[in-house]
Design a protein around this ligand. Sequence first.
Ligand code: PA5
Length: 441
Amino acid sequence: MAKNIPPKQNMLYVDYQNALSEKVGVLNGVSRRAFLGALKKNDRLLKTVFRSKNKEGYAFLNLPDDQAALLKIKKWVKKQGKHQWENIVLLGIGGSALGTIAIKEALIGQYQNPKIKPQFFAVDNIDPDHVAELLSVIDPVKSLFVVISKSGGTTEPLALHSVFREKLIGKGVKDLKKHFVFITGTGGNTLRKFGKKEGIDCFDIPPKIGGRFSVLSSVGLLPATLLGIDTNALLRGAKKMREMVKKATPEKNPALILACLQYLLDKRKRKVMTVMMPYSNRLFRIGDWYRQLLAESIGKKSTVGPTPITALGTTDQHSQLQLYNEGPNNKWFIFLRLLKYKNEIKLGNHLPDNLSFLNGKKLNQIIDAALQGTVGSLTKNKRPNVTIDIPKIDAESIGMLLMLFEIQVALLGLMYKVNAFNQPGVEESKKITKSLLSKKT
Ligand code: PA5
């Protein structure tokens, strides 16, 4: 019988005991036997994922090896040094924004020291008030705009490009092209054609890579390099995870474990919602990125599609946990537990009587105890959950996480028997929007 893998402080580790029936009962948890059977059966499908690495969609597996693309990006970014950009502004949406936002928040944080340049802003909406707000805090003349669209024809990034272009013209900028760089799919799409006409530098998103699987291509690497993130380490981490998942035995394979639990809990135990809850602000947007990855990849038929939810610990203990613990038992939980935060922050010793247990403690201990409290209460209430231990946050560990979830979701596509790499439901809405806007008013 497979035992849970013993935790190693320097390795990512998935603790899945609380998803098993032994802990949360047969109605809500997966029996060890069914789980082991699923691991064995689906290991074959995982091999299919790796064998398909040159096929449509699966090519994200090759991205960590693309040193030539990274070198090209680094050379270009080096040349940007002369402009001393104060702001890097990403204009993109969905898979063309969420991964980069997740990387930036994980490795730089949410609040940036205003003295450190460049500052990063991502505009992934066309809310006019949001755009106006950004324009009130940045000077477009001191900004580089990174326009990302795989199709090169999505309304939002193209509209945003036009807005900022107009602002630059309004400010008397003559050399517009130096303020923009485009990242788009190969082939003659609208954005690429426009870039060519205006002489704007353009980076390719390699073929056979879907938007939400593109974070380790130029889509994430170019903005990350502009922000000084160690992109070599990011790719190294992704490669490490890929190789580990490729070689690991089923019982020790984190991608296979997570995919099997997702499938069994959804299909057999009616846990139709997946809550990803990092106990780390820095990892919160990874949860957001995962939300898209799982929803858009697997939500394809009226009978197939777990609903992903993102929550933040401890914040959402005080907003969602009541529902999670006592509401409908139709969810399962993935906790991201950080073993070592970058900082240790200690409390004072002045707290009185009933709070004196906090005296002299570190926030680090308190947040971890709170996580254990949540896990403990959910398990007691028979709500299946897993905890992924993450030793620390650095570029390598983030690369590992991104690759882990991408492989899990690619595998889920095969398990649920859906095409994980298309998004007809998204395309449909894009078409309707365009036709509405094309009507003469
Ligand atoms: O994952 C996807 O393919 C989508 O979410 C796209 O990323 C999103 O619709 C934006 O499309 P594009 O990058 O073509 O502008």
